[in-house]
Design a protein around this ligand. Sequence first.
Ligand SMILES: NC(=O)c1ccc[n+]([C@@H]2O[C@H](COP(=O)([O-])OP(=O)(O)OC[C@H]3O[C@@H](n4cnc5c(N)ncnc54)[C@H](O)[C@@H]3O)[C@@H](O)[C@H]2O)c1
Ligand SMILES: [Zn+2]
Length: 367
Amino acid sequence: MTRPPVAPADAVRFTVRVGKAEHAVEIGAGHLGRLAQLLDAAGVTGRRFIVSSPTVWRFHGNDVSGVTADQPILVPDGERFKNLLTIGRIYEALIKAGADRASTIVALGGGVMGDMAGFAAATYLRGIGLVQVPTTLLAQVDSAIGGKVGVNHVAGKNLIGAFHQPRAVVVDPTVLATLPRREFRAGLYEVIKYGVIADEELFNRTATELPRLFARDPEALVPIIERSCRIKAAVVEQDEREAGPRRALNFGHTVGHALEAVTKYRRFRHGEAVAYGMLVAADLAVRRETFSEEGRSSLAALITAMGPLPPIGDLDVTEIIEATKRDKKMMEGRLHFVLPAKIGATTIATDVTKEELARSLGALALR
Ligand SMILES: NC(=O)c1ccc[n+]([C@@H]2O[C@H](COP(=O)([O-])OP(=O)(O)OC[C@H]3O[C@@H](n4cnc5c(N)ncnc54)[C@H](O)[C@@H]3O)[C@@H](O)[C@H]2O)c1
Ligand SMILES: [Zn+2]
């Protein structure tokens, strides 16, 4: 389907600056059909290689037909394919097609595809151009921004990677119409996270717009994607390598990662585990009297309104606590726990005890 090149009135554009480099984030309904013009405008010249998955290509390949004369490079995009073997397949396709230093990879897909295609772009010929065209809500509000790219190793998630900023990020909310509801919800928990850490308005808007968001109404989606991207971008601009402020993005993630690990990454979508993690952090902060009961209950009400999370009643509190200690984000042997201070602000606690954590985990009715 060809769309008019004119951007809709509610399209949004802003610039992200990291170090000396800068790039635009373009958000607008129908942007996939305008991708060629947007890339021309962004100065993305040279050959363009779309890297995508058969699933995403089947749904949305037609929309990007004018972007390149080269064949798309299609590789599987499940988490279990996010490894160096798949990266090898991308390299081979690039070599075979004669991709050179002036070429650009256009990553079209979810967070797995963005991370893999981005890693290929960071390393092929010691680094070529990258454009992120995220197609899941999680990728649109989180993984496409920030320049982290990489793959998993059998020893752990995202152990192999690089920082490689894209030349542009192009977000089209209409692609979310084909996203399974569970994937959509998983991304929305990260939006709630941004609301709690930085933006009460975003939090309230998400709560009131929930039905329109679930209907994938682009008019409702554009502002929440924009706010989320701007928060992530602002944090990355201050702190590309995660020394200070980037840590707030980890709200809900200490326990979230532990829940994913103890269930061997099979039970939860990442966002679902983060939803539990946010509830635990909120409970901990309320018990410390550094967060209000009202705040906790509005967070719990919003998470509940989004539908049931996978069950956790069978999980063991001690095992989860052990898993939090293995978190990559430990600094000098101490767990840095991001706690909500109010809806819209957080604090970091470095003195959370095992007992406190056990009590708040127990509040979720775990064993
Ligand atoms: N780089 C970062 O900063 C960063 C941040 C957060 C997460 N991540 C990574 O992101 C990954 C998770 O990404 P995800 O949640 O997007 O999952 P995903 O990439 O696995 O996508 C989920 C599923 O949705 C399908 N899909 C994608 N777009 C679709 C669409 N428009 N319509 C229908 N189906 C579609 C995919 O084929 C896949 O099966 C993890 O590997 C995680 O490590 C990276
Ligand atoms: Zn996350």
